[in-house]
Write a protein that binds this ligand. Structure first.
Ligand SMILES: [Mn+2]
Length: 353
């Protein structure tokens, strides 16, 4: 089960009651799509990305107070601080509600209407874009393509995928896993476009989001048939050319180390693409333990992936006595290690398998 029918009804009621909603959303495809679905559903409101740390804290008091909304919706952001809620409520007497729609580890806060499917079943976490699509119901049906791009980008294949395949057989030709869709289909490419258009300077991301609000078909973007579609595609290309170059380098490293258990790839770039790279390398080399590191100042920022074995315990053990930190999920985690300790860390990490 995801949310109950009465919870979806509750989200619709909150949206309908608001004349001037403000949306704070996670700066990834799932958060972006959640925002677009709800904004298109009611046809009003303004939005702002939650960048860097996924945490609605003091940083957002100023922007929310200036926007002066009658309702605040927080979408796909894992954390929110009680001090933020209290301060915003104190500063905005006209604020009727704060609605939080999320699917990360549940948190308890006062003064917030919280919708999280994990409260019903901890192992259940359909993406926020899935929840927002279902909240929009019949009225949101024309945005199925948008919803699918957000949902699949969050590694989830929904039960209405077959309906999407009937409508867009060229974007998702047959039943498959979210991972396969991400790396082999045009639907996956659309998700990648949403991911990359949010990277780079914030002003570029904002102009792409504004353009996307006016797009009504995926072909406007994929085939560049409108001004908005061309604008989005152009920003996507900027990041994707960097990405393609790094992926090609990583593949060379992989071919050169054939048969080895570990695939370790490091690069130097202003833009962080490690998570995306690690995911695609794991798809291409499913039997290997993937480590992707980006050189930044005097550290390596690291992403770890593996399909067959857990990597988090090895990461935690290898960090003992090392200048660094790390955490995340069993088979997908991240961290940072000082350059001076990197070789020692990698030796210790390898020794844990
Ligand atoms: Mn999400």
């Amino acid at each position: 089960m995801d949310l109950t029918e009465s919870e979806y009804e509750g989200i619709r009621t909150e949206l309908a009651a608001s004349q001037k909603p403000f949306f704070l959303f996670h700066d990834d495809p799932d958060g972006l799509v959640s925002f677009l679905l709800l904004k298109r559903y009611i046809g009003r409101g303004k939005g702002m990305m939650v960048k860097a740390e996924p945490n609605v804290n003091g940083r957002f008091v100023g922007p929310v107070v200036r926007a002066n909304p009658d309702a605040l919706f927080v979408l796909d952001v894992a954390l929110m601080q009680q001090s933020f809620v209290d301060e915003v409520r104190r500063s905005l007497p006209g604020l009727k509600s704060i609605v939080w729609i999320d699917h990360h580890q549940p948190v308890k806060l006062n003064g917030v209407r919280y919708f999280n499917p994990r409260l019903h079943a901890p192992q259940n976490n359909p993406p926020a874009s899935y929840l927002c699509y279902k909240a929009a119901g019949q009225a949101g049906k024309q945005d199925l393509w948008l919803a699918m791009a957000g949902i699949v980008s969050d590694w989830h294949m929904p039960e209405f995928a077959d309906e999407f395949t009937r409508k867009f057989p060229d974007l998702l030709p047959k039943p498959m896993t979210a991972e396969e869709a991400l790396f082999t289909t045009l639907l996956g490419k659309l998700g990648r476009i949403f991911s990359f258009m949010l990277k780079g300077p914030t002003s570029d991301a904002v102009s792409c989001i504004n353009a996307l609000e006016r797009v009504s078909s995926p072909y406007e973007i994929l085939n560049r048939t409108t001004t908005e579609g061309r604008h989005i595609y152009r920003h996507f290309r900027k990041i994707s050319s960097q990405y393609d170059r790094l992926l090609a380098e990583a593949k060379t490293v992989a071919e050169g180390s054939k048969g080895e258990k570990f695939l370790i790839f490091t690069y130097k770039d202003r833009q962080s693409l490690s998570g995306d790279l690690a995911n695609e390398l794991l798809f291409l080399y499913p039997n290997r333990v993937i480590v992707v590191g980006r050189e930044k100042a005097d550290s390596f920022m690291l992403s770890f992936r593996a399909r067959l074995v857990p990597v988090l315990p090895a990461l935690q053990k290898a960090l003992v006595g090392i200048d660094g930190y790390g955490g995340g999920h069993e088979k997908a985690c991240g961290g940072s290690v000082r350059k001076k300790d990197f070789e020692k860390f990698i030796e210790k990490f390898k020794g844990e398998f």
